[in-house]
Design a protein around this ligand. Structure first.
Ligand SMILES: [Zn+2]
Ligand SMILES: [Zn+2]
Length: 324
């Protein structure tokens, strides 16, 4: 499924199977998770995608062929490909464990063709082994919703009372990890979204309400997954002194101005960008121990556009993935 230009529908296309270069793997795609970032690319909110582009950065596939020197993953083994697709390995960020910030980084389904396809090529150094307990479909959302969710949770600190704004693919995973760590989860959904509220409670939230509601207790931290800038002052208002607010998305609408007293008393406001391979290894080792159970709605490959529409409209519960 090819994106020719922002704000145009994805187009089914027959293209020659890609060829794995040195250090690369040719993968047969079994499932590819659908992420809000894909929507931001389609909607033109992320401005520099390669075009034409195959979207998709939560690829679960098996190794079909290996390029020269690629020997980390055996032919036939199952691997996952995340958003971070390549880094320079030499810059100050790469050398200090912050490859997520590498200025030369290239991203799957953005700078590199991704997984809304039957075949894909990936740099083997950025492919993860998939835990055996997970069928392909259930593994797909671990690769971005899970990894970015995990990084956001880590950077939110150790506080016991955790708010999650926007209860989609990432939050439904993070809620399970947070509960496993002994935290309590407070879920914020779109005002009036009764089904979303029930879904959050079913995933272990101790409380769920509309995003403008005041939670029953002060929070120690909050993660904002919804791409809505108005949530930032609301989340700052909900956290206690010293609390942390993490913006987990790659794009957000404008943040309204707010009085300094919302930030005062050492509240912290920060973003999370991309992931490191260490995040991936940590999270994929942790997920089966929780165990994280993902709820994933499958779509045929040609239905990728419909999956994106359902994500945009808030009709999805949990995650979505295309299955070629
Ligand atoms: Zn670098
Ligand atoms: Zn993503």
């Amino acid at each position: 499924m090819v994106l020719d230009a922002p704000r145009t529908p994805l187009r089914p296309a027959k293209t020659p199977a890609p060829h794995p270069g040195p250090g690369q793997l040719l993968l047969r795609v079994h499932a590819c998770g659908v992420c809000r970032t894909d929507l931001h690319v389609v909607d033109g909110e992320l401005e520099k995608p390669k075009l034409p582009l195959i979207l998709g950065h939560q690829i679960v596939g098996t190794v079909e062929e290996r390029g020269t020197g690629a020997d980390r993953h055996a032919v036939g083994s199952r691997v996952g490909v995340p958003w971070l697709g390549w880094t320079c390995g030499e810059c100050a960020y790469c050398r200090s464990g912050r490859e997520n910030l590498c200025r030369g980084a290239r991203f799957t389904g953005y700078d590199i063709d991704g997984g809304y396809a039957e075949m894909a090529v990936a740099d083997e150094r950025f492919c993860f082994a998939i835990p055996e307990d997970y069928p392909d479909l259930q593994a797909a959302p671990l690769l971005c919703a899970g990894l970015i969710g995990w990084r956001s949770l880590r950077l939110a600190g150790d506080g016991e009372r955790l708010g999650l704004y926007g209860f989609g693919a990432a939050a439904h995973i993070v809620a399970q990890v947070a509960r496993h760590q002994g935290r309590r989860v407070f879920a914020f959904v779109r005002a009036g979204d009764e089904e979303g509220r029930r879904f959050a409670l079913g995933m272990g939230a101790s409380w769920a309400g509309g995003s403008r509601e005041t939670p029953p207790e002060e929070l120690d931290a909050a993660i904002i997954f919804a791409p809505v800038g108005e949530l930032v002052p609301l989340a700052l208002r909900a956290v206690a002194p010293g609390g942390v607010v993490v913006c987990g998305g790659i794009h957000m609408s404008e943040i309204p101005s707010f009085p300094y007293e919302l930030l005062w008393e050492e509240r912290v406001l920060r973003s999370v960008a991309n992931l490191t391979r260490r995040d991936g290894e940590e999270f994929l080792a942790l997920a089966p121990r929780v165990p994280v159970r993902t709820q994933v709605r499958p779509y045929p490959l040609e239905g990728a556009g419909r999956a994106l529409d359902d994500l945009r409209s808030g009709r999805l519960r949990g995650a979505a993935a295309v299955v070629p």
